[in-house]
Design a protein around this ligand. Structure first.
Ligand code: KG4
Ligand code: ZN
Length: 344
């Protein structure tokens, strides 16, 4: 059996259990036909890691082990279905923390064997790209997608289902990482993104002009410079209003991201700009994408905030598309911490 695809014929329509454990959320969801979310359960470990100021991999793995079975049970109960109604189990198998990924992959393999359903390995980055399709399954392509999370910042052109080109990515910090590091330096807590987003509503985004690195230079990004500028500014001017400081930082990050996405949409003849990943929950980024799309006659696709951050519904959505296109994965499916987005 090991090394061979688990041979269970699945024809759409199908009901898929998605499992996500790549970082600090243990999540399970039930999705019908890759688009209809019957349930989506997320057990966050934020409180466990907050005291360390970031995710501790070993602690994350242990918390996933404790949470995975109750979370899967809750997803089935919320969807009002039994495991016999399932056609497949889709699981994130990279990129992410190796110990955390292994918990989800091992659980998915065990359930696939015990319940005699197909197993599908899902790329976490591809899952983020599909979050918008859960709300709007008929999104028109080509699309420019800004995938901005704690671990990644990528400018992607999606030409069709499962067909992507990566135009650029970050050369240093991911956008979410910059939010988290700035928040830590300023003593605001973890994770920094939502805190900075909230505090910025009371600040002036024009108060301090932070650098916009590589704004009109190619497709790649760099966020470590703006992070250092914020830290240095705070050192030199300790009386700066924190609202002004973080609003100005947030403005600089949003400015670079949106300027590049807008230019990419023009050059690629895209129908719209879509946001994906945890930072896509950012209010100012969403506002700026809405503004430029309106100006340029493009559609703005902004998934619900719960769908932007890590969840298993987006994993089940990709699992369905991959199952239809490529069939199931083999039962010796591995976990890959540095898995890359499959491109054309
Ligand atoms: O996609 P995600 O949940 O996990 C990864 O795959 O990385 O993204 C988490 C990241 C964190 O860096 C967090 O600070 C950031 O997304 N984030 C935000 C907001 N909500 C979450 N960043 C800016 N504004 C937000 N509202
Ligand atoms: Zn993620």
């Amino acid at each position: 059996m090991i090394g061979e695809a688990h041979d269970v014929a699945v024809e759409p329509p199908s009901i898929i259990l998605g499992i996500e454990t790549s970082c600090d959320e243990t999540a399970a969801a039930i999705v019908r036909d890759g688009r209809e979310v019957l349930s989506s359960v997320v057990a966050s470990q934020i409180d466990i890691h907050a005291r360390y100021g970031g995710v501790v991999p070993e602690v994350a793995s242990r918390a996933h082990v404790e949470a995975i079975i109750p979370v899967v049970a809750e997803a089935l109960a919320e969807a009002g279905i039994d495991h016999v109604d399932l056609d497949a189990v889709g699981v994130t198998h990279g990129p992410g923390l190796i110990g955390a990924l292994l918990v989800g992959v091992s659980a998915a393999k065990a359930l696939s064997l015990a319940w005699e359903v197909s197993l599908i390995g899902v790329n976490h980055l591809e899952a983020h790209l599909y979050a918008a399709f859960l709300e709007e399954p008929d999104l028109e392509m080509p699309l420019v997608i800004l995938l901005v999370s704690g671990g990644h910042t990528m400018l992607v052109v999606m030409e069709d289902h499962l067909r992507y080109r990566v135009l650029g990515s970050t050369l240093d910090d991911a956008a979410g990482e910059a939010f988290d590091k700035v928040a830590r330096h300023v003593g605001l807590g973890y994770p920094g993104g939502p805190i900075i987003d909230r505090l910025s509503t009371n600040g002036d985004p024009e108060a301090i002009r932070f650098p916009r690195a590589m704004m009109s230079d190619g497709w790649d990004f760099s966020f470590s410079g703006v992070k250092t500028s914020v830290v240095n500014h705070m050192r030199r001017h300790p009386d700066t209003d924190v609202g002004d400081l973080v609003a100005s930082f947030q403005e600089a990050v949003a400015d670079v991201l949106v300027t590049k996405a807008r230019r990419a949409a023009r050059e690629e003849g895209a129908r719209g700009i879509c946001l994906a990943g945890g930072v896509a929950a950012n209010s100012r980024l969403r506002e700026r994408v809405r503004e430029v799309c309106e100006l340029d006659g493009l559609r703005a696709f902004l998934p619900d905030r719960e769908m932007c951050t890590d969840n298993a519904a987006m994993v089940a959505a990709v699992a369905w598309h991959r199952l239809c296109a490529d069939g199931p994965s083999a039962l010796d499916l591995g976990a890959f911490p540095s898995l890359r987005l499959p491109t054309i």
